[in-house]
Write a protein that binds this ligand. Sequence first.
Ligand code: FMN
Ligand code: SF4
Ligand code: SF4
Length: 438
Amino acid sequence: MADLSTNLAGIKSPNPFWVASGPPSNTGYQAHRAFEAGWGGVVWKTIGEPIVNVASRYSALNHGPARIVGFNNIELISDRSPETNFREIAEVKRRWPHHAVIASLMVETRAQWHEFVRRATDAGADGIELNFGCPHGMCERGLGSAIGQQPAVAEKITGWVMETATIPVIVKLTPNVTDITAVARAARRAGANAISLITTITSITNVNLDPFVPEPTVAGRSSHGGYCGPAVKPIALNMVQSCAADAAVGLPISGIGGIANWRDAAEFIALGATGIQVCTAIMHYGFRIVEDMHEGLSAYLDSKGMTSVTELIGRAAPTLQKWETLDLHWQRVARIDYDKCIGCNLCYIACEDGAHQCIDLKTPEELGLGLGPGRVPHKPVPKVRENDCVGCNLCSLVCPVDDCVKMTVIENGRPPMSWSNYQERLAAGEMQPIAPHP
Ligand SMILES: Cc1cc2nc3c(=O)[nH]c(=O)nc-3n(C[C@H](O)[C@H](O)[C@H](O)COP(=O)(O)O)c2cc1C
Ligand code: SF4
Ligand code: SF4
């Protein structure tokens, strides 16, 4: 069985699965439950000067029957005292010496950063995460994303922390920026040992149209929140890859954002993360989701002949390149498996109204097909005109039946040619411009 243990900038963990800073990591009781369930690390709910929270705090985006495809919160950092939090960290560390316990911190002055770093270290934390990400409430006070949005400020404060830190320091980045690598580079310049990303994305999930107030509602008002959960995974993957691919960043990465199962975790690791963190999926389903993560990742690594999770780190990274390097001559077309097709014609509508008008409707008799599920005499079914299909994937994405529309590679005999090659050959007079589509 593959070795799942990880080492993120010197922080050792029995597996890559950590509980992210948030409600599931608020107390020692929860940290014990998390480790008992199988999590390898816990990043404590951010500790700082005590704050006061509001009710309510959460709202969600549902989609059809799917609950919480996106999650929004206006919660602040820990509302428990630093004394309580550091005492519980020490207790948890005593009981779980081989698991990772990270103290997430957010304070204001240089003296406070020094003091809180010392207290976290004295409590036995394995590392410190600097919360430069929270995009609501705390940023109005000049903290959280107010720091993470300004590379110079993030660099200065990380520098304060590094003056006194004797355990690894992870800088947690906000996605509420144009270029995530700018702050990641600043963290590197200041001497941070690792980065984690993403925190939440500034959001309004929905507006209650009766009292005309967005959710979550607090006595007839609301406030911008932070968005997370499955909907943010593509944004998080993109930012993790951007940092992983940037040589000027060059720091180990703890990937966060929308992770709910082993496959999500494996994708972050394949794009360059050393380990991952989860918040929303635990709030939705509980700590036990980590069991599937263990089993799934182990089985996957075994099936690929990998002996450790380390071998997976960055495996997909080299395949992500600039658009100009992609092969313009590579051709795929949609082919329908009529043994599976239920005749809903969603693909036809999508291609007709949203793509390239290259699916015709034909009767089963015209196509020489037998009858079957969704196929009755004279009722039209889709037929792709392969010569006109541009291989955009839309029909396969809308088709409700798995593997019914197969995107099939066509060998066209044309040698690979990227946009860059094309421009070079045009400039050298070696070829004529490709004719535009009619
Ligand atoms: C209710 C809530 C509270 C959170 N509180 C914190 C916090 O105190 N400190 C922090 O660094 N991140 C906090 N986060 C952000 C999470 O750690 C994580 O970065 C984000 O939710 C994305 O991961 P997810 O999609 O798995 O939830 C919070 C998230 C939620 C939903
Ligand atoms: S969407 Fe899929 S199932 Fe529906 S008609 Fe098209 S190929 Fe058949
Ligand atoms: S791949 Fe795109 S262009 Fe081709 S049939 Fe499907 S929707 Fe139409």
